[in-house]
Ligand binder design. Structure first.
Ligand code: 5GP
Length: 176
């Protein structure tokens, strides 16, 4: 069924069932890759809250989960595009880190997060994203785990918003 979010109309794109099946596959791969490694997952808010929740339910090894946000640096005159990570309240030094993103579009956000995370001297950093738009990618970065490659179109649902709305939809919709 089509949905309207604010002024835009969307049609179903990736069903709840397909998302759930893929999320379990990704979690199984992570369980194998990180068994015995004591990883820490960094879930990037707000968009990845639903994906993180489902993914973590099927990750079957000891781990920690932290929620982070990329924010503009406050408290200086020259705010410009200086960014800071907020919410990183676990030590990630010498730990294997997996960044959990909802979507990688141009790659700018995840590149910035990578730079900031590496400043804490983790053992390794991998990127997991539910959605990836290969045609939109501008940065020279490698995405380690991808749920779905999608076309360069605007999507909402399953955590992703349009102007704050639509995050609660339990499947992914694409703009008409
Ligand atoms: P970037 O271009 O830096 O890779 O993506 C930045 C952010 O743009 C993503 O984290 C996400 O919040 C937002 N974004 C990019 N494409 C979409 C999309 O199709 N739908 C929604 N809801 N957000 C998007």
């Amino acid at each position: 069924m089509n949905v309207q979010v604010k002024d835009l109309h969307f049609e179903p794109f990736i069903s709840h069932h397909s998302i759930q099946a893929r999320v379990v596959e990704l979690a199984n791969r992570l369980t194998v890759d990180y068994h015995g490694k004591n990883p820490i997952f960094l879930s990037v808010l707000n968009g990845s809250f639903m994906f993180t929740s489902d993914l973590m339910k099927s990750f079957l090894a000891p781990c920690e989960i932290s929620f982070i946000k990329l924010a503009s640096y406050e408290g200086t005159e020259s705010t410009g595009d200086v960014k800071t990570l907020i919410g990183l309240n676990h030590s990630i030094t010498n730990r294997p880190v997996i960044i959990i993103e909802d979507i990688v579009d141009t790659g700018t956000t995840v590149k910035k997060i990578l730079e900031l995370v590496w400043q804490h001297q983790p053992e390794s950093v991998k990127i997991m994203t539910l959605l990836f738009k290969p045609e939109a990618l501008k940065e020279n970065i490698e995405i380690d785990y991808v749920g779905f490659d999608i076309d360069n179109k605007f999507v909402v649902g399953y955590g992703l918003d349009y102007d704050g709305y639509g995050r609660n939809l339990n499947q992914i919709y694409v703009v008409k």
